[in-house]
Design a protein. Structure first.
Length: 252
């Protein structure tokens, strides 16, 4: 079994059982305990597990793809609204826009309702509802409906995303890590966002201060495609230096 396949199987096992041991995994996959420890190190770096003596436990604080959109929308509300206001001026001359289904991006979309010159592509069903009474031309990606994230996902969604090119993409994520980049907790959602990244001339990442240094389940992007990060407060000097090195405009 290839290393990545083994790691994916371990990820599924720890997701089901909440904990695993090095010795049992070594027997199951017929590899050395040292190999299993390296696998668990990789899963810890991804934010999936926390290693313990002799094994690892599920890092449930990061497995929040099952948390409903409205529950997430009720957290860090003021921070999300501040981010939306800070990002708004950068969309003045934009005519085509793509947006993910995140609660932070939703706050910014609410401020754009009067923009009759704007065409929006989104996989967010909440955006379709919120903007049903607005001047924006809204294009839905279609696809399979995820009731928790209020988003559209799957093959049809990805095919539709690839048909359009946009001036700006607005996205958020569950965590931003200097080593691993932008991270998310929902693999299907991350696949859609990855395709959106390739269709935009400019990418703006909207994240509140709690996301810096936080890890999650899936790597979304290594930050090479991110042009601007908008947040609610000044990050650490390390992050300011990191963004400067990456040529990412940092707005706070």
């Amino acid at each position: 079994m290839a290393g990545r396949d083994r790691i994916d199987n371990i990820k599924q096992m720890v997701s089901n059982d909440k904990k695993v041991t090095v010795s049992s995994l070594s027997v199951i996959f017929k590899v050395t305990e040292e190999t299993i420890r390296r696998d668990l190190e990789k899963l810890e770096a991804e934010g999936v597990v926390t290693r313990t003596y002799g094994g690892a436990i599920l890092n449930e604080s990061n497995q929040n793809e099952s948390i409903h959109f409205y529950k997430r929308a009720g957290t860090y509300v003021e921070e999300k609204q501040k981010i939306a206001l800070k990002a708004l001026p950068f969309l003045d001359n934009v005519s085509t826009l793509a947006a993910d289904s995140s609660t932070t991006v939703m706050e910014l979309l609410k401020l754009l309702k009067s923009r009759g010159d704007l065409t929006l592509l989104t996989n967010s069903t909440e955006a379709l509802s919120e903007l049903s009474v607005s001047d924006i031309k809204v294009v839905s990606t279609g696809g399979e409906f995820n009731k928790n994230s209020l988003s559209l996902q799957g093959r049809l969604t990805k095919e539709m995303v690839q048909k359009y090119l946009v001036d700006v993409l607005l996205i958020s994520c569950k965590g931003v890590d200097m080593k691993n980049g932008a991270l998310d907790s929902n693999e299907n959602e991350a696949e859609v966002k990855k395709l959106m990244l390739g269709q935009a001339s400019k990418v703006i990442l909207l994240v509140d201060h709690s996301k810096f240094g936080k890890k999650a389940f899936v790597q979304l992007d290594n930050l090479d495609h991110i042009d601007m990060i908008v947040t609610d407060r000044k990050p650490s000097e390390d992050w300011i230096h990191f963004c400067k090195e990456k040529s990412i405009e940092l707005v706070y």
